[in-house]
Design a protein around this ligand. Structure first.
Ligand code: 13P
Length: 265
């Protein structure tokens, strides 16, 4: 039996105006109150975060990006300490949409992870291969390179200290999000996702040893819905979900979280 505490995060991407976000929270938070065995979070657009995070304490609030510098001439960017000051607990890092559209690299991803961890905040590092990379059989090479380069770029030497003191909630979570499954309605099968998660955990074991590898949580993301959440979350190396489209409706996302948190593995 796996003891890792599951983590579910809704990634709203560039959706919801303040009123819509408030209405969502008023329905969603009471509906997931009984979920005590898993962490539940929402990654919202930066402009929404201060009002939501200070008002709604029943979920953990995440940014969708965070700069690696403490402050300075970085127009359009937001630092970890700015996020922390408005009760945001952490940030997604290197989502594939940012890798594809905003020039995110493994190098910058690692630097962002380091800034968050050094501020005692959660980082959710997203990795995943494209369809061409999967079809050509190179997907393990791609994941390995994303992990090798991303972790090296953090510059972190003492991972035990960097992951924080909460044994159930290490500050770093990995999110396996195959690009071909994001927003396509074509989720990885539970077997495909488990195979990739086992590969990632194998990399962690070789790099950091079994203790850290068993402790770190690996979320799956890409077309997770009410229809496939039970099967995906029943897999031994899948420790939660990062949910895009299916996180936009409060009732549906609440059901998804309840089902996913209850799935036995
Ligand atoms: P979808 O759930 O819409 O496929 O998006 C997944 C995702 O990108 C979460 O970060």
């Amino acid at each position: 039996m796996t003891s890792r505490r599951k983590i579910f995060i809704g990634n709203w991407k560039m959706n919801k105006l303040p009123q819509e976000a408030t209405a969502f929270c008023e329905a969603f938070i009471p509906a997931v109150k009984q979920v005590t065995q898993a962490d539940v979070g929402i990654a919202a657009a930066g402009v929404l975060l201060p009002a939501l995070a200070t008002r709604f304490r029943g979920v953990q609030w995440y940014a969708q990006n965070c700069h690696w510098s403490a402050n300075g001439a970085f127009t359009g960017e937001t630092s970890a300490s700015m996020l922390k000051s408005v009760d945001v607990c952490g940030s997604l890092v290197a989502h594939s949409e940012r890798r594809q559209m905003c020039g995110e690299t493994n190098q910058t991803a690692g630097q962002r992870v380091a800034a968050l961890l050094n501020s005692g905040m959660q980082a959710v590092l997203c990795i995943g291969e494209t369809l061409a990379e999967r079809d050509s059989g190179r997907w393990t090479d791609v994941l390995q390179q994303q992990l090798d380069e991303g972790f090296t770029a953090t510059g972190i030497k003492n991972w035990t200290a960097a992951l924080g003191n909460d044994p159930e909630r290490p500050l770093l979570t990995l999110a396996y999000e195959p690009v071909w499954a994001i927003g396509t309605g074509r989720a990885a099968t539970a077997a495909q996702a488990q195979e990739a998660h086992a590969f990632i955990r194998g990399w962690l074991t070789r790099t950091f040893g079994p203790e850290m590898a068993q402790r770190l949580r690996i979320q799956y993301g890409g077309s997770v819905t009410l229809q496939n959440v039970d099967e995906l979350m029943g897999m031994p190396d899948i420790d939660g979900a990062l949910v895009g489209g299916a996180s936009l409706k409060a009732e549906d996302f609440a059901q998804l979280v309840l089902r996913g948190a209850a799935a036995k593995r």
